[in-house]
Design a protein around this ligand. Structure first.
Ligand SMILES: [Fe+2]
Ligand SMILES: [Fe+2]
Length: 318
């Protein structure tokens, strides 16, 4: 069995890959400006400036769209915690440092544009939103200690997380019923996809460099994956609403996030794992099989629930 590389060895060996991918990212990323995505002429003063304070009737978003927007925005808001996490696990030197700075600046744009949109269009209660932001950011976010031993766990986690965020933003755009919101969220989703590619390429290079060690990190992350919103007010309630309405559910997590990445890394085709690595791969395969069964159960339950609700609505209408 090959020995595990140290954090310093991993960062040093992967430095040229980081450099190549930062350059790739910068050449692919398009400059865009949050103010171009916000319908400013819909805005007006709140009571403190002689206008009218928010009330529910002003929002054009339905309950599901509001829950998804708030969840996505609060997730973006916790950027200082994510910055700390990746700055601690990556190096701040050379290409690693360039990436950490660049990525942080791009992520900040997402929170700026979503908040501007929601406040100007009165999509959600700005007081409740601010209170939730205070609570969520004060709690902060940290990867559980058992999942955060360094650079490999970090790149594996953010690969899946960026892709998950992309799916969530894109599907939130679809339920907003507003082409302006849809366009804004599509723009953000494009950024998240580029971020995902950076981390996915780094993790792929790590698999080449230290196959067993990297597979071990990937397996741990896949089996314990959680979106970084757990400390958010109403996280469970909003998460359930989002899953129920197909914004982010278990099926999407498995089919649109986990599998495309695992396939890209050729996890189940590689022949460079040792016997130890083979065991980890089997464990991962079993986990994915079990998850597929859970997905089927989840979908059946959801279909039954939605059918019951539709029937209730019909009964009420007649
Ligand atoms: Fe983002
Ligand atoms: Fe991102």
């Amino acid at each position: 069995m090959a020995r595990d590389l140290s954090q310093l060895e991993l960062l040093t060996e992967l430095q040229p890959v980081a450099e190549e991918n930062v350059n790739r990212h910068i050449s692919m990323a398009k400059e865009w400006h949050p103010h171009d995505y916000v319908p400013w002429d819909e805005g007006r003063n709140f009571a403190a400036m002689g206008g009218e304070d928010w009330e529910l009737g002003q929002s054009k978003l339905d309950e599901v769209a509001r829950a998804a927007m708030i969840t996505n925005l609060l997730t973006e808001d916790n950027l200082p915690s994510y910055h700390r996490e990746i700055a601690e696990n990556f190096s701040m030197d050379g290409a690693w440092g360039t990436w950490v700075g660049r990525w942080t600046a791009e992520e900040n744009r997402h929170g700026i544009v979503i908040r501007d949109y929601l406040v100007v269009t009165r999509g959600v209660d700005p007081v409740a939103l601010e209170q939730a932001r205070m609570e969520h950011m004060t709690n902060g976010f940290a990867t559980p200690a058992e999942l955060a031993p360094g650079v490999l766990h970090s790149v594996a986690y953010v690969t899946f997380q960026e892709l998950a965020t992309r799916v969530s933003h894109r599907n939130t755009g679809k339920v907003c019923n507003d082409p302006i919101a849809d366009r804004m969220l599509q723009r953000i989703a494009t950024d998240e996809n580029l971020h995902m590619i950076f981390y996915r390429n780094l993790c792929e290079a790590a698999l080449e460099l230290s196959p067993d060690q990297t597979l071990n990190a990937i397996n741990l992350i896949v089996q314990n994956f959680q979106m970084p919103g757990a400390g958010m007010p109403n996280f469970r309630r909003n998460g359930v609403l989002m899953a129920k309405h197909g914004i982010y559910d278990l099926r999407q997590h498995l089919d649109e996030v986990l599998w495309p990445v695992l396939r890209k890394w050729s996890i189940f085709e590689r022949n460079d794992f040792s016997a130890h690595g083979e065991n980890i791969r089997e464990d991962l395969a079993k986990f994915l099989e079990k998850m597929e069964a859970n997905v089927v159960k989840f979908e059946e339950q959801r279909d039954r629930l939605l059918a019951r609700e539709a029937k209730l609505r019909e009964q009420r209408a007649s």
